[in-house]
Design a protein around this ligand. Structure first.
Ligand SMILES: [Zn+2]
Length: 157
């Protein structure tokens, strides 16, 4: 029996006619489906597989973003220090980045638990490293701002 099978439901308390989709009587607020099979049906725990997949995918995407960002930052560093080393760096890093990126993005959704484990491992390492670098930069900026505030407050400028 589904709720749509019933055109109307009469409240057991006050007899008022209710919409079958209502959970409580619109007149007296009495729950209409208490102890009913319909309530039980709503309490079945949803399958957590799709959610897990989504978390894995978001994790993988972030790892991929950090990976690309890291590669670009290192490339800029090489360009400033030693422009000649940029080409060999790209020859080595580009396939490596693409390979790890594909492994992370595909592996997180793979049916193979080993591949998924390795992909999650890579993602965790890259996301942790990226988060640590971002945290370091944020701390540095906060420290510099704090120093300027202290200098300004003591009349240093
Ligand atoms: Zn009622």
């Amino acid at each position: 029996m589904t709720r749509s099978d019933m055109p109307h439901i009469n409240c057991p308390e006050c007899g008022a006619e209710n919409n079958p989709f209502a959970n409580v009587c619109w007149i007296c607020r009495r729950p209409l489906y208490e102890g009913d099979e319909l309530v039980e049906a709503e309490l079945i725990a949803p399958d957590d597989r799709p959610r897990q997949d989504r978390v894995g995918r978001i994790f993988g995407i972030w790892a991929f973003i950090f990976l690309i960002m890291g590669a670009i930052v290192v490339a800029l560093g090489i360009y400033v220090e030693e422009p000649g080393a940029l080409l060999p760096y790209f020859i080595v890093v580009s396939p490596l980045s693409v390979g790890i990126g594909v492994l992370i993005l595909r592996g997180n959704q793979s049916e193979n638990p080993w591949l998924r484990g390795i992909a999650m491992c890579f993602s965790a390492i890259i996301v942790s490293a990226g988060a640590m670098v971002l945290l370091g930069i944020a701390t540095l900026i906060a420290l510099i701002a704090f120093c300027f505030m202290v200098i300004a407050a003591s009349g240093g400028f």
